[in-house]
Design a protein around this ligand. Structure first.
Ligand SMILES: Cc1cc2nc3c(=O)[nH]c(=O)nc-3n(C[C@H](O)[C@H](O)[C@H](O)COP(=O)(O)O)c2cc1C
Length: 217
């Protein structure tokens, strides 16, 4: 598949078949992910791949933590954000609604518990960063994540980045014995898309490019 097609086609997948992914395939995807550029070629990313019974254990712990603490998916802005952004999020949720109605599930529950459960994907990949790095190195992690989701798509695998789990970082670190000096930046659900699930027919919209660009010439 060519890159342009993958860029246009890729979307977040929120229902997976339980079929395991061969270890070699996951390694292949991560080998492609680490082709991403990084500042001074520091390659600051660290991946924790959680599969099988350990992934189920992680999901159970996160869903339990979610039920106790009720920290849900949110933009996590540090001060009130301009209305434009809120409107985009609201529009996306509104467009998702009919799919959840078809599934007869509660949207908040499906998204929040689903995120904590990596939407039933057989693999959860956590991207970590050493805490000696400044915030700027998050860019490098983001690039690796971008490569990862596109590489997975190329192999017929679906992904969903899961930012919510960072709210439950303490639980994750405890369960997976992640050292104190490592920050969990983001998780990704990886697996074969469940084509029968209505939510996987949903494709999120984008505003027109003119909304994002300012030419200086
Ligand atoms: C940093 C980041 C964090 C995200 N966290 C979550 C999450 O916790 N749960 C979820 O269902 N989707 C999550 N997503 C997926 C976004 O909702 C999704 O990328 C967005 O709606 C655009 O849709 P698309 O990926 O299908 O193009 C996250 C995406 C990014 C980039």
């Amino acid at each position: 598949m060519d890159l342009l097609k993958a860029l246009k086609e890729r979307k977040s997948i929120r229902a997976f078949k339980p079929d395991p992914i061969p270890k070699e395939r996951i390694e292949e995807i991560l080998r492609l992910s680490i082709q991403a550029p990084s500042a001074i070629n520091l390659q600051p990313w660290e991946f924790i791949v959680v599969t099988g019974e350990e992934k189920e254990r992680l999901s159970r712990r996160l869903v339990k933590a979610y039920k106790e603490k009720q920290i849900a998916c949110s933009p996590g802005n540090v001060k009130p954000m301009p209305k434009t952004y809120g409107k985009r999020g609201a529009k996306t949720l509104e467009m998702m609604k009919p799919f959840f109605e078809e599934m007869k599930v509660d949207i908040d529950q499906y998204i929040n518990e689903g995120s904590c459960n990596f939407y039933g994907a057989p693999a959860a990949i956590l991207l970590c960063l050493d805490d000696s790095f400044p915030k700027a190195r998050m860019v490098d992690i983001g690039l690796a994540l971008g490569y990862l989701i596109l590489a997975a798509h190329e192999f017929g695998l679906g992904t969903c980045p899961i930012g919510l789990i960072v709210a439950y970082e303490d639980e994750i670190k405890d369960l997976l014995n992640i050292p104190e000096n490592k920050n969990v930046v983001i998780g990704v659900a990886v697996g074969y898309p469940d084509e029968k699930s209505p939510i996987n027919r949903f494709k999120s919209p984008r505003d027109d490019l003119s909304k994002f660009i300012r030419w200086v010439d």
